[in-house]
Design a protein around this ligand. Structure first.
Ligand code: C5P
Length: 294
C-alpha cells in the first residue's frame, strides 16, 4: 500500500489534574508526579510531501496566536516543526514536508498546545512516509521535543513521573466535562519551574485524584486536584493570583491551575448547572480576559 499524499491529525490538548514537584535533577529538570488528562480542545494539523530541500519542514499557522497575542513561531521554535525534523532524521528520510496548523489552543497556557502539535506531527509524519514506527517508539522520540509530548502521542489519562515521560495509563475513566478559564496572559513554563523552591513534595494526594477520576466523581475530583506550580507561577505572573482569586470567588475552591498556567479549570462545571452557570456568568463579567470552554 502506498503512503498517503496528505494526512490530518487532531492535536488534542491536556490538563494536569494533579501536579507535584518531588525534586530537582542535575540536568535542571524537575521530577514530577502529575496526572495528565486529554481534553477535547484541539489544534488541527495537516502534513503533505512537497518538493523542496531534503529534510526541510515548513509550517503555515492559521488561527489563534499566543495567549498574550504573540504570534505562533513558524521556524524551528515551533514544536511541530521540531518534532517532524526529529522523526525525519531518525528515519534517515530526505523527504521535504509542509505542515499546516489550525491553532485553537492558546500558547503558554498550560494546556500543552505546542506539545500536542508536536505529538500530532510525529503521528502525521509517521503515516505520511509509511514509516510504521510504533507509538512506543514515537513516545521515546517525543521526549527530545518536550516533557509533555510523550503523553500527548497517545493522550487519554495517565499518571506521569520523571519529567512526565514515565507514564502509567489509567483506563476506564468516564467522560467528564471541565470548564476552562483562560486569562489573557501567558506564563513561561521555564520561568514557573525556575521559581520552585524546596522543600519538595512527595506526590501525596495523587491516588485520591485517580480514584475520583475512575469513579467519575467530579465533585470529589474538584476537592482532590492540586498543583504545586500555582505559588511559583503566581510569583512569576502576579496577575495569576488575581485570576485565581476571582475564579475561586465565583466558583469556589474547585478551581485549579493546569500545568504551569495560565489556564484554570473547574472539574464539576455541570454538577449543579444553575449555580455553575451563574458563577461562570459572574466570572466573565467580573474578569475581562476569561473565556469559558466546556
Ligand atoms: O520539557 P519542556 O521543554 O516542555 O520544558 C520547558 C522548561 O520547563 C524546561 O526547560 C525546564 O526549565 C522546565 N521543566 C522542568 N521540569 C520538568 C519540565 C519542564 O524544570 N519536568
Amino acid at each position: 500500500m502506498s503512503a498517503p499524499a496528505v494526512v490530518r491529525e487532531s492535536c488534542r490538548a491536556k490538563i494536569n489534574l494533579f501536579l507535584d514537584v518531588v525534586g530537582k535533577r542535575k540536568d535542571g529538570y524537575h521530577e514530577l508526579v502529575t496526572v495528565f488528562h486529554e481534553i477535547e480542545l484541539a489544534d488541527d494539523l495537516e502534513a503533505r510531501l512537497v518538493p523542496g530541500r531534503p529534510g526541510e519542514v515548513t509550517i503555515e499557522v492559521l488561527g489563534r496566536c499566543g495567549s498574550d497575542g504573540a504570534p505562533v513561531p513558524v521556524d524551528d521554535r515551533n514544536l511541530a516543526v521540531r518534532a517532524a525534523k526529529v522523526l525525519l532524521r531518525e528515519a534517515g528520510s530526505s523527504a521535504s514536508i509542509a505542515l499546516r496548523l489550525v491553532k485553537r489552543v492558546p500558547a503558554g497556557s498550560g494546556l500543552g498546545g505546542g506539545s500536542a502539535d508536536a505529538a500530532g506531527a510525529l503521528r502525521a509524519v509517521n503515516r505520511l512516509l509509511g514509516l510504521g514506527a510504533s507509538l512506543d517508539a514515537l513516545e521515546r522520540l517525543a521526549l527530545d521535543v518536550g516533557s509533555d509530548v510523550p503523553f500527548l502521542v497517545r493522550g487519554g489519562t495517565a499518571v506521569g513521573r520523571g519529567r512526565g515521560e514515565i507514564l502509567e495509563r489509567i483506563d476506564g475513566v468516564p467522560k467528564m466535562p471541565f470548564g476552562l478559564l483562560h486569562p489573557s496572559f501567558a506564563i513561561s513554563t521555564a520561568e514557573a519551574y525556575a521559581a520552585v523552591v524546596p522543600p519538595y513534595g512527595e506526590g501525596e494526594g495523587v491516588d485520591a485524584v485517580v480514584a475520583a477520576l475512575v469513579a467519575g466523581d467530579a465533585r470529589r475530583l474538584g476537592v482532590a486536584c492540586r498543583n504545586a506550580l500555582e505559588v511559583p507561577a503566581a510569583r512569576v505572573e502576579p496577575r495569576l493570583a488575581a485570576a485565581l482569586a476571582a475564579a475561586r470567588g465565583a466558583c469556589g475552591p474547585v478551581v485549579h491551575m493546569s500545568g504551569s498556567g495560565s489556564t484554570l479549570f473547574v472539574p464539576d462545571v455541570f454538577a449543579d448547572i444553575r449555580t455553575e452557570f451563574t458563577a461562570a456568568q459572574k466570572l466573565c463579567r467580573d474578569f475581562r480576559g476569561f473565556t469559558l470552554w466546556c
